[in-house]
Structure formats: C-alpha cells, structure tokens
Ligand binder design. Structure first.
Ligand SMILES: Cc1ncc(COP(=O)(O)O)c(C=O)c1O
Length: 386
C-alpha cells in the first residue's frame, strides 16, 4: 500500500509518479552539504549515475546540479561551443527548437535540420549535412517529448565518428534516460543531458549531465572563457570530482534532499540488470501502442522503429481536441498531457508510461489509463455526435 495521499495518477511524459521510498528520502532531516554523511551520499550518487549510463570509463564525468533539464543545454552551450562555431541540431520537435535557441543565446551558429512532424532523420540526410560544414557539436534529441519520436543516437554517433570525428555528439536524453537503452562508452557519446523528473523517477529539480573525457577536454582548452558562471564546467568539475572522492567541496549549494532522493531511485534502478528495465519499458510500450491502434488512433511517431518506449503521442479522432478528452480521463483518475508541437497541438494527446507506473507490479496505472482512455474517447465522441 502506498503511503502517499490519494491522488489522480500522473501519466504525462514527466514529471511521473514516485516510489514511496524515493519520496520519503525528500523528508531527510537538515544536514550540512559538507558534512561527512551527505558527502558520502553525494559521492555514491555520482558513482550510481555512471552505472545508469552503463559507463566505466574513468575519463567520463557525471554532473549533478540544482536546476532542471534545461540547465544541461546551458552547460553544453556555454562550455563546448565558442561564439561563431557551428552547431547542427537534429530537430524532431519542440525540444530541438529550444535547444537551438539556447545554443544561439551563447553565440553558436545553429543549423536546424528538421524532419516532417513524426519522423526522424535518415542517416543519409545527416551525412549530407555533416559534409557541408565543419560542426563543433551535433545535438540529437533521444526522445522528443512533443512527438514521441525516438532518435537513432547509436547510428548517428557511428556516422559522426566516420564522417566528422571531432564533432561532439550531444544527446538530449531528458525524456529517455531510464526508459531507453543508452551505452555511453560503447556508443562513444560525448554528452547526455537529462533531468531527475522523468524515467529516473525523482522529483524535479536536478540537472544530470554525463560527459566524455573528450567533451571535458574541449571545455578545458577553449579559447574564450565559458559563457556562464553557474553553468561553468570549470566551476563544477572539481566539486564533482571531490565529492566522488569523498571530500567536501563548495561552489554552490547542492539540493541535499533531492540528492538523497536520486540516491534512492538510482539504487533501486541499478539493483537489477538495467537491460531488464529497458525490456519492461518496451513490453509495456508495445502493449500501449497496440491498444491505441485498437482504438483506431494513429501515433504521431509514424515509423515503429522511431517510437519512444516511455511515452505515446496519439492523434485524436477527427473532430476532437484535447479539451474534449482530457477532462474525461481526469474524471477517471488519470492525467495525460495535451499536445505540444505547435503544428499539431490541437490534434493529439500524450501518455507517459515510465518508471514505477511500468516497473512496479503492485500498480495498475497503465491498465487503468487504457480503460479510462477507451471510455473518455467514446464519451467525447458521443457528446460531439461523432
Ligand atoms: C526532451 C526534453 N528536453 C529538454 C526538456 C527540458 O527539461 P526541463 O523542463 O526539466 O527544463 C524537456 C522537458 O520536458 C524535454 O522533454
């Protein structure tokens, strides 16, 4: 039995439902951020983050910083790109637009490589773009939360290493880390930017950034000073290294309770082979996608190879908009998200199926949501005479 107050089930693509133990970690008593007890927990949390990324490379470096996923974009833009350098953004929706804006804010010369809504890039298209210009960084959204499109981060990275080996591969994994497989070292990634509140299953408030030795070297050898103070790799690197070596250190106050919560969730996640976690997300996603098809709904992500496993973005039947359906879901205790991609926002809704809603056999969130969706749709159609 959950110890949480009764509430509607939050099944948006993040934030997600919490495990009781994770939530209880937020109630940790006050402690100094430089006291031995907290230093140990922070250090262990950094080490657990390495496991989450299936990474053992000593030159890879995790960063855990108070902030949201967006702070990771600032960290990349302020440290890895200098004014006037080229950045290629593989854009599969809303979050590609915003990452591009962030890069531009710090002076990068951004090329947006867009796809039709619901599609991902072909490797040929990316290769052509890479051959046109020298890019300092390429960014790819692993799961674009506005479309549910899954990027081919492994294939794109292999391509970059063949065609433009010095280009840094930066993955926006805010909506993928914890639900989609990532082998950081094996796939030779440079940066994965994520946040605490989605498939990692922790309350919002932590920016989690995982970097390669190559990326750190680029940050350390840049010609101009980093473009930010709080988001400076030079300022945070010794802090993270010290904590992982069990030494207190200070640049800006860490969110101590959130670090406890992250420690709890990462301990749970890494207690079992991580491949099992990805398998269960895939199985549940297949079930959701089959049920959605049975209801006659099309997915925004059209190609099955490019569909996320932690969320489903589905078009509503012609004549219905999100406000026709979402209240019917809420009445049945289920919260989905409305559309976000500006070209199609009024035509679709989003169902997040990540974390405990998927992995905890004691919950029936997904079945409850599918039953509620069926009823809410039929009610909405009836109300509109469809
Ligand atoms: C793919 C993606 N990138 C970046 C962000 C920004 O993260 P945050 O809202 O935590 O700043 C989000 C948020 O939903 C996201 O889904």
């Amino acid at each position: 039995m959950s110890t949480q107050a009764p509430h509607n089930t939050l099944l948006i693509p993040g934030p997600i439902e919490f495990d009781d133990a994770v939530l209880q970690s937020m109630a940790h008593y006050a402690e100094s951020h430089v006291a031995p007890g907290f230093v140990k927990v922070f250090g262990e949390t950094l080490t657990l983050t390495r496991k989450l990324f299936q990474s053992t490379s000593p030159s890879a470096q995790p960063f855990l910083i108070a902030g949201s996923g967006t702070l990771g974009w600032d960290l990349v833009s302020a440290n890895l790109v200098e004014k006037g350098e080229n950045a290629l953004v593989l854009n599969t929706g809303y979050f590609g637009d915003s990452f591009g804006q962030c890069l531009q804010t710090y002076g990068a010369n951004v090329t947006q490589l867009r796809t039709p809504v619901g599609e991902r890039h072909s490797l040929e298209q990316v290769e052509q773009a890479l051959r046109e210009k020298k890019y300092k960084v390429l960014t790819i959204t692993h799961v674009d939360t506005s479309t549910g499109v899954l990027g081919d981060i492994k294939g794109v990275t292999q391509l970059v290493r063949r065609v433009s080996p010095d280009t840094l591969v930066v993955v926006d994994g805010v909506c993928s880390v914890g639900s989609e497989e990532i082998k950081f070292d094996e796939w030779d990634l440079d940066v994965v930017v994520t946040a605490s509140q989605k498939a990692i299953g922790c309350p919002p408030g932590l920016s989690i950034v995982y970097t390669s030795g190559r990326a750190i070297n680029v940050a350390q050898t840049r010609q101009s000073p980093p473009g930010a103070y709080y988001a400076s790799i030079a300022n945070w690197l010794p802090i993270m290294q010290n904590y992982e070596n069990n030494k207190p250190s200070y640049f800006a106050t860490p969110p101590t309770q959130l670090i406890h919560a992250l420690h709890t969730t990462l301990s749970q996640i890494t207690a079992r082979p991580i491949s099992e976690r990805f398998d269960i997300h895939t199985q549940v996603s297949n079930k959701v996608k089959a049920a959605v098809a049975e209801l006659g709904l099309k997915q925004v992500a059209s190609n099955p190879d490019a569909q996320a496993h932690g969320m489903t973005a589905m078009y509503l039947p012609e004549g219905l908009t999100p406000p026709d359906v979402l209240p019917g879901l809420l009445k049945r205790g289920v919260i989905f998200a409305a559309g976000l991609h500006k070209e199609i926002a009024t035509k679709y809704i989003r169902f997040g199926h990540m974390g405990v809603s998927v992995t905890d056999p004691g919950r029936n969130d997904v079945d409850k949501a599918l039953a509620a969706l069926k009823e809410a749709l039929s009610e909405a159609k009836q109300a509109k005479g469809l």
